[in-house]
Design a protein around this ligand. Sequence first.
Ligand code: FES
Ligand code: FES
Length: 144
Amino acid sequence: SNLDTLYRQVIMDHYKNPKNRGELEGDALHINMNNPTCGDRIQLQLKVDDDKISDAKFVGEGCSISLSSASMMTEAVKGQTVEDALDMSDIFSKMMQGQDYDDEKFDLGDIEALQGVAKFPARIKCATLAWKAMEQGLNEEEDK
Ligand code: FES
Ligand code: FES
């Protein structure tokens, strides 16, 4: 459909011109996460100040789905509170399970371009890699 074509285009744009790819300067959380099914890995870097994600970047290798998802995720969570970023992650995870999700609470923007991945179970781990890294980083930060 036209929507599928549009979504594919959005994914390819993020893959070819990723947002927030690179290293953060100064103190940041570094979270390494790998996709056990293929061995691809990314490192997510987060800065959390006063319960807000002030910056996010990533490095690493992966397929078009995983890297475009990392690009979209870092864009989406920058400036969000920890709680809202974790809520977004829940929404994304519902999307990946093909469940209904709340599309009103946040401007999900490009993230919704990945909803078609729900139909390809082998690729869901690619799409969720960066989100899992973000969740792990925030949970570790909260436990400190
Ligand atoms: Fe097979 Fe990502 S693990 S496509
Ligand atoms: Fe490895 Fe997608 S095939 S992250």
